[in-house]
Design a protein around this ligand. Structure first.
Ligand code: FES
Length: 82
């Protein structure tokens, strides 16, 4: 999320600033990167339930720590109302 905000990516609103409390950083993560992400926390899962257009590969981008394993990650921004 922070990388997207720094790069002015349209649609990553991040209203809560990364506190996993708004779901306005919702995005769809392409394979193979989706499978490399750590599992959802219960809190992220609950917030995604409140997001518009949740899919099997939905994640809150504020909960993704960028590591070397995620170099080149392909992220498609969801409709976050922003
Ligand atoms: S920035 Fe609010 S849940 Fe990610």
């Amino acid at each position: 999320m922070e990388a997207a905000v720094d790069a002015d990516v349209d649609g990553i609103v991040a209203e809560c600033g990364g506190a996993c409390a708004c779901a306005t950083c919702h995005a769809y993560i392409a394979e193979p990167w989706f499978a490399r992400l750590p599992p959802l926390s219960d809190m992220e899962d609950a917030m995604l339930d409140s997001a518009t257009g949740r899919r099997a590969n939905s994640r809150l981008t504020c909960q993704i720590e960028l590591t070397d394993e995620l170099t080149g990650i392909e992220v498609h921004v969801a409709d976050n109302g922003g």
